[in-house]
Design a binder for this molecule. Sequence first.
Ligand code: HEC
Length: 111
Amino acid sequence: MKKKYIAAFVCLVGLFSCEKATVEPINSTIISYHKDIEPIIEEHCIQCHSIGSTSIELYDYEHIAEIVESGQLAGSLNGDTNFVQMPTDHVLDDSSKSIIYLWINQGYQDN
Ligand code: HEC
């Protein structure tokens, strides 16, 4: 009898650990660079990545598009160990991250 309970418990734990913390896509809204992306960069990134930054510059669309193309922006946000994880002082919240991923997936337009 006891064995059954243990087996059931193990199954349950197994089930839950398989569930990944997925980020809900923000329906099919088209992400705007100016309305959605710029404010995130300004609040969380620009203090270290402004004009003349010794690392990369993220102060306008052209520079940001360059690091999207190189794969650095997604890599630096999503835990890819080939990239330095950003921001270095605190982790960007999941909703900001998913907005950025969605914008990249939508072709990172200057809209
Ligand atoms: C506290 C300062 C600071 C903040 C805030 C910050 N960065 Fe950085 N970032 C750096 C530094 C310093 C480097 C260069 C690290 C190195 O070369 O070792 C860097 C590197 C990067 C790189 C290159 C990563 C690579 O491995 O190629 C990207 C992309 C990047 N940052 C994006 C961002 C984004 C996006 C944000 C905002 C969400 C952000 N950073 C916020 C300091 C910062």
